[in-house]
Design a protein around this ligand. Structure first.
Ligand code: MN
Length: 192
């Protein structure tokens, strides 16, 4: 089951995160980037495909500069309901710390096809995703490329997130925009 690792890591009596389930595949695919002040601050990039949210932890967050490669560590699939999750994961739980929805919107794999979900999964398995994001902060095409580096279990979970050179590319540091796109809330560390 796609969400078994997600469920195994969490005690839903102790965390406000959704327990969730896989949902029907969709034609209008969603993406979300959550900012997560866990033991190490990171951004969680999630792309809907196959009825779940494929997920990566991006320590430095996305860059709009095509010359910048951002490390993106593949993590367990999350349930679709996680797209709206903001709040505090209490201490002692997996991923303890504050979460906000830093950006969200729709996305489509490039090239466009009449079955974007299938195309996204095909590209994910290939280890080379090209996605066009239409969010509030992130727009335009991004590449996600799985590297050959293996972790201690022999798994290739390391990807690179790179902005494609299109009209949305820029030198602006988009991570300076810290507020949630859902609630306007900021992480305590970003409040001045
Ligand atoms: Mn996280």
């Amino acid at each position: 089951m796609a969400l078994s690792i997600y469920k195994k890591k969490r005690d839903f009596k102790r965390t406000p995160e959704p327990s969730g389930r896989t949902r029907k595949r969709s034609r209008q695919l969603l993406f979300v980037v959550q900012k997560h002040d866990a033991s190490h601050l990171h951004y969680d990039l999630r792309l809907e495909m196959g009825g779940v949210l494929k997920s990566w932890a991006v320590p430095k967050g996305p860059s709009l500069d095509p010359s910048v490669k951002r490390l993106a560590m593949e993590v367990e699939d999350h349930p679709y309901e996680y797209k709206d999750f903001e709040g505090e994961i209490p201490e002692g739980n997996y991923g303890a710390g504050d979460v906000i929805v830093w950006d969200t919107g729709v996305y489509a794999p490039s090239p466009t096809t009449d079955d974007p979900d299938k195309e996204a999964r095909r590209q994910w398995h290939k280890g080379h995703l090209s996605v066009v994001l239409l969010g509030k902060k992130l727009k335009g095409e991004f590449g996600l490329i799985r590297t050959n580096r293996e972790d201690k279990n022999g798994e290739r979970r390391q990807w690179l997130l790179i902005k494609a050179d299109d009209p949305y590319a820029s030198k602006e540091d988009i991570t300076k925009r810290t507020a949630s796109v859902l609630s306007r809330r900021k992480l305590p560390r970003d409040r001045v």
